[in-house]
Design a protein around this ligand. Sequence first.
Ligand code: NAP
Length: 321
Amino acid sequence: MGTSEKIPKLRLNSGHGMPLVGMGTAEFPPVPEKMKSAYLDAIAVGYRHFDTASLYKSEEPLGEAIQEAIKLGLIGSRHELFVTSKLWCNENHPEMVLPSIKNSLRNLKTEYLDLFLIHMPMSVKPGPHSFPIKRDDVVPLNLKGVWEAMEDCQNQGLTKAIGVSNFTTKKLEQLLALAKIPPAVNQVKMNPTWQQQKLKEYCARKGIGITAYSPLGGQSNLSPNPVFTSEVLKKIADAKGKTVAQISLRWLLEQGVIIVVKSFNKERLQQNLDIFDWELTDEERQKISTIPQKKAGTVEFLLSKEGSLNSVDISDIEITE
Ligand code: NAP
């Protein structure tokens, strides 16, 4: 895709258009100079949607990259971009939402977000966060209070839309029962090896957009990446003269979801956008539907081994179903 061609958008229930492919900005450990340079490369090859979060420490380098892109004339202004950020669990408390978005805006050197998400359906004691999350620090989430504060952020013009991430259908049901503004998006792990059919159908019925994270299986080196090691995807890629990454991304696009994909390599950034002018055949789609499913990490993966959940039932903070 050349820089003059635009990435198509999905219309959210908030009325705003969200580019169907965005750049994932997370890399651990974060290296600000490397990040800034990758974000600039992304703008240069045509990305106009960026997925950041206070957790990733990518807001500041992204803010700098945006300023520099304007100076270099790669974009006319920040308004040409769609920027998502997220509220981490240690700020998942009603009175901390407004200060948190203001801090994200300062980091990003912008006056508004396009989308602000609750990062996890979980709240931990305020203060410095640790990873894994200490079990003893998990406290009940005041979903009603936090969502009202999220709605406030939208009503004050600090963000154009609000949403959630890692919410199960059960959690979305609770949220929809109390929301004045329904979530525009639920950002969850999704790729051909974790297809999320139940959640996808539920969100479609309720008018909630899905953003797929880890569309290439994610960055963990702990186990073989299920996407890149899939024989089905490899065969389809070879037959079509595409890469496995492109097959995975094209499949997601055809599911009607938005994708946030991370690469800090200019050639792969470009490759990941070259998915709009071709399609999978019915036979290929059928083969992909038979790929064995590898369930995305449960909340256990995020929690410390020691300690205990004192005031919360694990089923209430589950992030995958
Ligand atoms: P991903 O997009 O699935 O990417 C995984 C790895 O694939 C990257 O490290 C990248 O390495 C490599 N890659 C990218 N394009 C490639 C290609 N064409 N061929 C071969 N390898 C390629 O992983 P992710 O970072 O987990 O997910 C994307 C974004 O989703 C994150 O950055 C973040 O913004 C968001 N996210 C959100 C949550 C949440 O809880 N809401 C959780 C996880 C992620 P190189 O950089 O070396 O290319």
